[in-house]
Write a protein that binds this ligand. Structure first.
Ligand code: PMP
Length: 427
């Protein structure tokens, strides 16, 4: 049975996967605990990516299982459309608002990061429409940015391959080089500040290659947005919940984003949930309390799902109790040290580590020219070494759970180069 699941053709359509290659090479996972997961055959792997950058608390957290099970028994499900609410959703909104860049931020809940992003685009456009500026719809993203796979997120993202083949995406979107604050200012002027609604920015670009911002970049783009009245949206879906050593991720810098998207680590990944924090002045047209005030006609079915909110509340307690948020910062140098040996490997072009508990390692241009699938082959070789990593365009990403420690970093330090040696031997 297990064998059939791993090797035979199966109707399950895997996202971002070459299905021809998947059939026969599926890695079917059955169990997780701490920084490790096990497959159907009982083989153990270091989860060096915290699944899809979200198992920040480590796998198998009993406290989350207990909270979710308890909530399912109490009130399993109900929406928060209209005047409905539930206690976990109200409590979570309060807890998240307390993490916001300033007091009085509003909290919109959804099912994941892509939800939060598409909500953000609609909220900024709705905000300007309500302020009598309906022409202010243009959104600027960055090259290499990843903002999920919903409509707006696909358009605002800056990884070209993710946006092609789908016909026209939502318009009034443009992109600027991810490392140039001057380019943002120039683009706002080109489009016309009166037409630009928002700028979307991952504090550290994640899926687009683990690209930390240049020094001063975050402060400069925040100031450019402020100067032009453009709303600054910080996409902290990866950056939040300790990945950069702070609660939101963007709060490593002294800036005040107008909107903040959150997901992934918000529940430790155990249950899907996303959130959007909205500055009071942006949400204000919808909160006047006056008769006939506008309604934001938007929201996914599972917004404020009580079991998901219960998972997030339990996760927030764990982050707090175990000091895991600052740990993301404490671990950044040990991770950089663990990967430093890779920099000398002949197949490696670049190691980016040292800002937060995540890293990107690029293969050398000639390796990629010979075999564009080399990152996926390196990923596969790491799997043979007992380590799960994520292939990106030019290499791999590493972002272990925040509960990882010395043994896990030692394993990374030895397994990643060994896997590269396998690749070199096969060239
Ligand atoms: N924004 C960022 C920065 C992300 O990394 C992701 C997911 N990798 C998303 C948005 C989309 O989140 P989801 O996949 O939960 O829709």
């Amino acid at each position: 049975m297990a064998n059939q699941r791993t090797t035979a053709s199966n109707p399950l359509w895997h996202p971002f996967a070459d299905m021809g290659a998947v059939d026969g090479d599926r890695l079917v996972l059955t169990r997780g605990s701490g920084s490790y997961v096990w497959d159907v055959d009982g083989t153990r792997y270091l989860d060096a990516t915290a699944a899809l950058w979200y198992a920040n608390l480590g796998h198998g957290r009993e406290e989350i299982a207990t909270a979710v099970a308890g909530q399912l028994r109490e009130l399993d499900a109900y929406g928060i459309f209209g005047y409905y609410a539930n206690e976990p959703a109200l409590d979570l909104a309060g807890r998240l608002a307390a993490l916001a860049p300033a007091p009085e931020y509003k909290v919109f809940l959804g099912s994941g990061g892509g939800d939060a992003i598409d909500t953000a685009v609609k909220v900024v456009r709705a905000h300007f429409a309500q302020r009598g500026r309906p022409e202010r719809v243009h959104v600027i993203g960055r090259t290499q940015a990843y903002h999920g796979t919903h409509g707006f997120g696909t358009a605002v993202g800056g990884i070209p391959a993710n946006g092609t083949g789908f016909g026209p995406l939502p318009g009034d979107v443009s992109h600027v080089p991810h490392d140039s604050a001057d380019a943002l200012d120039a683009e706002i002027r080109r489009v016309g500040p009166d037409r630009v609604a928002a700028f979307f920015c991952e504090p550290v670009i994640g899926a687009g290659g683990v690209l930390p911002p240049p020094d001063g970049y975050v402060e400069a783009v925040a100031e450019t947005c402020r100067a032009h009245g453009v709303l600054f949206v910080a996409d902290c879906v990866i950056a939040g919940f300790g990945r950069l050593g702070t609660w939101l991720g963007i709060d490593r810098w002294d800036v005040r984003p107008d909107l903040v998207t959150l997901a992934k680590g918000i529940t430790g990944g155990a249950v899907p949930l996303g959130a959007l924090l909205v500055a009071p002045q942006v949400a204000e047209p919808f909160f006047t309390g006056e008769p006939g005030a506008p309604v934001l006609r938007h929201g996914p079915t599972y917004a404020g799902h009580p079991a998901a909110c219960a998972a997030a509340l339990a996760a927030l307690d764990l982050y707090e109790r175990e000091g895991l948020v600052p740990r993301g910062r404490e671990l950044e140098k040990p991770l950089a040290d663990a990967l430093s040996g890779l920099a000398d490997h002949p197949l490696v072009a670049d190691v980016r580590a040292g800002l937060g508990f995540l890293a990107g390692v690029d293969l050398a241009p000639d390796v990629l020219a010979d075999d564009p699938a080399a990152p996926a082959r390196w990923q596969r070789a790491c799997r043979d070494e007992g380590v799960l990593v994520r292939p990106l365009g030019r290499g791999i990403a590493v972002s272990p759970p925040l509960v990882a420690g010395e043994p896990e970093l030692d394993l990374l330090a030895s397994a990643l180069p060994r896997a590269l040696d396998r690749l070199a031997a096969a060239r």
